[in-house]
Write a new protein. Structure first.
Lengths: 212, 413
């Protein structure tokens, strides 16, 4: 059987610039668990750029099978139920990219992540973005954009939050925010000098690096 | 016949009579003089068994495919299932049928013999050249019969490790197998942690379930109820409990398929007749198919071996061997695992594989797990399943790359 090496990972799509940011937050050679790894795009990127020892959990069987066929270490599993099987501090980084808003119990998932990962990276779409707010205000319909592409009835996102909401959850579970980056609609980092309420207004998505 | 099983050609057009058994001479010849490589371990080199007996002398028959590289880093060990043998990818010496895993192992196949050196031994207790109950007992000069010690999956793996030692191979790039072969893979990974770089247990479990033990008991009772079994001394008596073994195989074969697959293949179709005969002939195609499965099996398999090997599977409980906690079996493992299960497999359902995955998660092992959607039941691992091939090819290929085994066709100058 001819197994083609996976193509070099490139991002032209601004909606997944968070993956490059995440890769920058991970130290080379680290042990990484990517929860909700999809077709393995982040795991491939981390292997290429950071030489990590990467593992993945993915809900969809098609995603899992495609990852394993590419040689990635991925199991079928559910962030809500299957993180309990991992021991404490099993990974240097537990990563949840664009997935927390699709879990049934984001608080439980975040607590589990903080238990099994020495550090935790979470990225999510910011429901506090000004266009989201204005769409709801002026159009009176559920907002959609690059990071929220689905309609209300076919979206997997059941627990959307704003950057402000997420910071409050981190406080609640006792997570320390080591780094927080907001990205605008064009995938650019917002200036660090920008006040927090402005990030919540102009960030279309956010990437957090947390520790216990 | 419209419902001809595509995966098992030439099995359903025949309508065997119940007395259509072939002579056992071809089968018996393989026990003493197999058409395979054989390593003989002498009386001073015993195999310690779980039951306490030290088996000596003993023999291991095996097939190899491909070429061992200079670094000895490209060895793939294939473990066969209950009724399999070492003839993975060559015509079977007794039946003449293709190797049982020719779709998986061979040039350009997922286990590419242009890249890997593949070894498949016949299990200890088997009947294709490795020492088993049909082999001659050196103490009596007669076949062992029931004097053969009861063996376990771990004994099978110990014997394989002895073979690997003998061949001068320090460790294995990959150990893979389905069903009982998968049990051996798990045992290899647990017992010889440092010698297994990658492990692929397919359609198996870390212990044999109560239901599975029950099915095996039905099979064994069928063999032992045949008057020609002669308390296990049938070879001495010039007899063979073929009917009993055929019934055992028929019952077991049902467990290898799914209800859906049986229905798809056979439905309620009648065999070479327009209407039912109001008798006990094989009216239905499914009956004819099962009878054929039973008959063709006894041509190549020793009835006592069937008793011993089913027993070995019954005794398998990896957690019990490690303080009742399955994760303990894998503590400190560096092996890369890839488990595979099939949605319609009710003999070794996905949940059994998932338990192994959770145990591996608990020790933060490197594990992949793929469940493949199919209606072919347990036997899916032997059949044309593109997703299975992609999974195994991708996983083993990636493990080989990480270990510095180049892809086939790339010759380093």
């Amino acid at each position: 059987m001819n197994v083609m090496p996976p193509p070099q990972t490139r991002f032209t799509d601004t909606s997944r610039v968070d993956l490059l940011l995440i890769a920058d937050m991970v130290t080379p050679g680290a042990r990484v668990l990517d929860i909700g790894c999809g077709d393995g795009v982040l795991l491939r990127l981390l292997a290429e750029k950071r030489g990590v020892d990467g593992r993945g959990i993915e809900l969809s069987q098609a995603g899992v099978n495609s990852c394993v066929a590419q040689g990635l270490s991925v199991i079928q599993g559910d962030a809500d139920t299957d993180l309990v099987y991992y021991p404490d501090s099993a990974f240097d980084y537990a990563i949840l990219s664009q997935t927390i808003q699709a879990t049934y119990s984001p608080r439980h998932v975040l607590e589990q992540l903080l238990r099994i990962g020495k550090r935790v990276v979470v990225s999510f779409p910011n429901f506090g973005h000004w266009r989201v707010r204005t769409e709801l205000l002026f159009l009176g319909a559920m907002p959609r954009n690059d990071t929220l592409p689905d309609r209300w009835y076919d979206t997997p996102n059941i627990h959307l939050c704003t950057i402000k909401d997420f910071v409050a959850l981190c406080d609640d579970v006792g997570a320390r925010v080591e780094k927080a980056v907001a990205l605008n609609a064009y995938g650019y980092k917002l200036g660090v000098s920008m006040p927090f309420f402005m990030q919540n207004l102009f960030g279309q998505q956010a990437v957090f690096l947390l520790s216990r | 016949m419209a419902a001809q099983a595509r995966e098992r050609p030439n099995t359903m057009n025949e309508n065997p009579g119940t007395e259509a058994f072939a002579s056992p001479s071809a089968r018996l010849a393989q026990i003493a003089n197999p058409q395979s490589e054989v390593v003989h371990f002498g009386a001073d080199d015993p195999l310690p068994l779980d039951c306490g007996v030290k088996l000596a002398p003993f023999s291991m028959a095996y097939q190899t495919y491909g070429t061992l590289n200079a670094a000895k880093s490209n060895v793939v060990l294939v473990c066969h299932a209950l009724t399999g043998d070492q003839h993975v990818a060559n015509p079977h010496p007794v039946t003449g049928k293709p190797g049982w895993w020719e779709t998986m192992v061979g040039p350009g196949r997922p286990i590419d013999t242009n890249r890997y050196f593949v070894i498949c031994p016949n299990v200890i207790g088997g009947c294709m050249g490795s020492t088993g109950p049909a082999s001659t007992n050196p103490a009596t000069g007669r076949p062992f019969g029931l004097d053969f010690p009861v063996i376990t999956i771990r004994d099978m793996v110990r014997a394989q490790a002895r073979l690997i030692d003998h061949l001068g191979i320090p460790d294995l790039l990959c150990v893979l197998g389905g069903s009982m072969g998968g049990m051996q893979v798990l045992e290899w990974a647990a017992t010889y942690k440092d010698r297994v770089y990658a492990a692929v247990p397919i359609a198996c479990a870390a212990r044999h379930s109560s239901q599975n033990i029950a099915f095996h008991e039905v099979g064994r009772q069928a063999v032992m109820a045949d008057p020609e079994w002669c308390q296990g001394r049938y070879i001495d008596e010039g007899k063979s409990p073929r009917k009993g073994l055929a019934v055992a195989r028929m019952a077991a074969h049902i467990t290898y398929l799914s209800d859906e697959a049986l229905h798809r293949k056979f439905g309620r179709n009648l065999q070479d007749r327009e209407k039912v005969t109001f008798g006990f002939d094989a009216d239905f195609q499914v009956e004819s198919y099962l009878r054929h499965q039973g008959l063709s099996f006894v041509d190549r398999f020793d009835p006592n071996s069937y008793l011993y090997i089913t027993r070995a599977m019954d005794y398998f409980d990896l957690a019990a061997d490690h303080g009742g906690v399955l994760a303990n079996a894998f503590t400190g493992t560096k092996t890369r695992f890839c488990l595979v299960s099939f949605t319609s497999d009710w003999l070794f359902p996905t949940e059994e594989s998932r338990e192994v995955v959770h145990a591996l998660n608990a020790v933060a092992a490197n594990v992949s797990f793929v469940e493949i959607k199919t209606d072919k039941g347990h036997d899916a691992f032997l059949m044309e399943e593109p997703e299975l091939f992609a999974t195994i090819g991708g996983f083993v290929g990636s493990a080989a790359l990480k270990r510095g085994v180049p892809p086939a066709g790339k010759v380093t100058p």
